[in-house]
Ligand binder design. Structure first.
Ligand code: GLP
Length: 240
């Protein structure tokens, strides 16, 4: 694991965007694994700026998102589908047909995980962006998830629902289920960039870097991946 400690959130986004901009310059047809949550928003902003300055194009980029809520429609403002279009896709030249976000259509939900997994396996992700939950989850792989899991439907942890309540009016509105890439899918990526900011993440970052590799701390599996860059600010990195 390469660890980059920065002074601020803005610097995390700057460092991550430098790696991605270089990747897209070297390989315009890159396959990117994308994450949601508050943490990557500044990174997407930097990528939009690089696009506006004609440094990079997303025309050839293929993307796969990590996860999506189940129980809210794609049109719901808090769906990850809406998040991705609002924070990145609508502002760059991504082709709609290159964008993959797990389908949460409840009428066919039994088939969606398998279908997404099959699609995902057609490619190898060049760079996977990750955030981390305060409980150590990556994507929505909650503590206790088998490391061998591929895309599946997960019941969200109470801690995760509480953490994400800030995006909804109350806890009852926070979805209870999600569809997520599994740890096995994430580990197939050539490179992983994990970004973390704020003191709420300090414990998870400590255990991810120095703790035992255990399914109780999903992010700890990254110790076994050959090419991981962890980018943290002072608060998230305060224990490492
Ligand atoms: C969310 C997402 C994760 C994300 C994490 C942290 O629930 N499913 O992919 O990395 O929790 O989110 P945030 O960046 O908002 O702290």
């Amino acid at each position: 694991m390469q660890i980059i400690k920065t002074k601020s959130y803005i610097e995390i986004c700057q460092k991550a965007s430098e790696i991605l901009v270089e990747q897209l310059k070297q390989k315009p047809k890159s396959v990117l694994g994308l994450a949601t949550g508050s943490t990557p928003i500044g990174l997407y902003q930097k990528l939009i700026e690089a696009y506006q300055q004609n440094d990079i194009s997303f025309k050839g980029v293929i993307s796969y998102n990590l996860d999506e809520y189940i129980g809210i429609d794609r049109n719901h403002p808090q769906s990850y589908y809406q998040y991705m279009y609002k924070n990145l896709f609508s502002k760059v030249d991504m082709k709609d047909e290159h964008i993959h976000i797990p389908n949460n259509d409840i009428s066919k939900i039994d088939q969606q995980a398998g279908a997404y997994n099959k699609d995902l396996k057609k490619h190898t992700i060049d760079i996977q962006i990750l955030g981390i939950g305060s409980n150590g989850h990556i994507g929505f792989n909650e503590p206790g998830t088998p490391f061998g899991n591929e895309t599946f439907i997960v019941e969200l942890d109470e801690q995760t629902r509480k953490d994400n309540m800030r995006f909804f009016n109350n806890i009852d509105e926070v979805p209870k289920y999600a569809i997520t890439m599994g740890i096995k899918n994430i580990m197939r990526s050539k490179q992983i960039i994990l970004m973390a900011s704020g003191k709420e993440k300090a414990n998870a970052i400590y255990k991810m870097v120095h703790g035992e590799v255990t399914e109780e701390m999903p992010a700890s599996i990254l110790q076994l991946h050959p090419n991981v860059v962890v980018i943290v600010d002072q608060q998230a990195g305060s224990k490492i």
